[in-house]
Design a protein around this ligand. Structure first.
Ligand SMILES: [Zn+2]
Length: 346
């Protein structure tokens, strides 16, 4: 076996020629395998050295080794050149356009009813009230009996109330928390009770679940003037202007005397006979209220001879509807985010 010296120079020429036509690092890698890989031309040549006679071996050995080194050096040099070109190409193709508008972010928002609830709580806190909360699954005693609602009162009707098999019920108003608060805190007392209540009702202005805000104040020598003062301040602050109000005589089992409060229509102030909010009447019913019945105070464990006071309830959903000009209560509960997130502070 012999190796012709020109075999080496042929290989070198072949390599040089191929190297010139290489355009990227992948082609270069293929070329490396072709010449220096396990079965590459130079590797095979190196392997064949062992078969040479001892006098041939040093000459050809050093010549093949030189070829291998030259090829390695050329490939490494070419690799650096190609890599730079490729990086340059990548950079150009991925250039960031800093003038493009950024992706907008969607933020969550506070539900209109929660927002109204927080606002009303803040107003009453300013008048010294604190917040009391109670269970939504309630006992008959707290929901009815302690509130002076006798066993045969129509409010207990199955048509109005969701009952459980064990006799408990979904509270129909936030008033049971008044009794629980009186029992827990005693008198004098100033609490407001925001929360969910449940009745068998569903149409554009009634939902089977809705939100109420109840209030109770008991102290010595409290009069209806104190009650009117509290509600006047709350409503004028909430709607941002002084509204006309009228108090009408009414009846509730848990207050005596009982009243209902109307405010002037916040949409038309009574000037639009076709107003869809007040139906042309100019007035909006906003709250039921009255001086707390002595029987209720007694059920709360407080002496009605010493302490008296007042209570009121209002619909938070109704306040939200009036504030945001809605005519269908169900919009508040059907989860349409484009409405629920539009235009209000988060
Ligand atoms: Zn109106």
């Amino acid at each position: 076996m012999t190796i012709e010296i020109n075999q080496i120079s042929e290989l070198r020429k072949k390599f040089d020629l191929k190297l010139k036509s290489i355009n990227d690092t992948k082609e270069l890698n293929d070329l490396r395998v072709e010449f220096l890989g396990k079965k590459g031309s130079v590797t095979l040549l190196l392997k064949s050295l062992g078969k040479l006679s001892p006098d041939q071996r040093p000459v050809f050995g050093s010549a093949v080794n030189n070829l291998r080194l030259e090829i390695e050096t050329s490939i490494n040099k070419k690799y650096e050149e190609l890599r730079l070109l490729e990086l340059d190409r990548e950079e150009k193709s991925q250039r960031i356009d800093v003038t493009l508008p950024s992706r907008s972010k969607t933020y969550g928002g506070v539900h209109p009813v929660s927002q109204v609830t927080f606002e009303v709580i803040e107003i009453f806190k300013g008048m010294g009230f604190s917040v009391a909360l109670g269970p939504e699954i309630e006992e008959d005693f707290y929901n009815f009996e302690a509130l002076n609602i006798p066993p045969h009162h129509p409010a207990r009707d199955m048509q109005d109330t969701f009952y459980f098999k064990d006799g408990r019920l979904l509270r129909t108003h936030t008033s049971p928390v008044e009794v629980r608060a009186m029992r827990a805190l005693g008198a004098p007392i100033r609490v407001i009770v925001p929360g969910k209540v449940y009745r068998r009702d569903s149409d554009p202005t009634h939902s089977p679940m809705f939100h109420q805000l109840e209030g109770l104040l008991l102290d010595e020598d409290i009069s209806i003037a104190d009650l009117k003062g509290c509600l006047d301040v709350m409503l004028d602050t909430f709607f941002g202007r002084q509204l006309k109000k009228r108090y009408r005589a009414s009846y509730f089992p848990f207050t005596e005397p009982s009243l209902e409060l109307d405010i002037e229509c916040v949409a038309c102030s009574g000037k639009d006979p076709k107003c869809r909010i007040c139906k042309g009447s100019g007035w909006l019913e906003i709250s039921g209220l009255g001086m707390t019945h002595p029987n209720v105070i007694r059920a709360g464990g407080i002496d009605p001879e010493r302490y008296n006071g007042f209570a009121w309830g209002m619909g938070l959903d109704r306040l939200a509807m009036l504030k945001y000009g809605l005519n269908d209560l169900r919009i508040l509960f059907d989860g349409n985010l484009s409405y629920l997130l539009s235009g209000r502070d988060c």
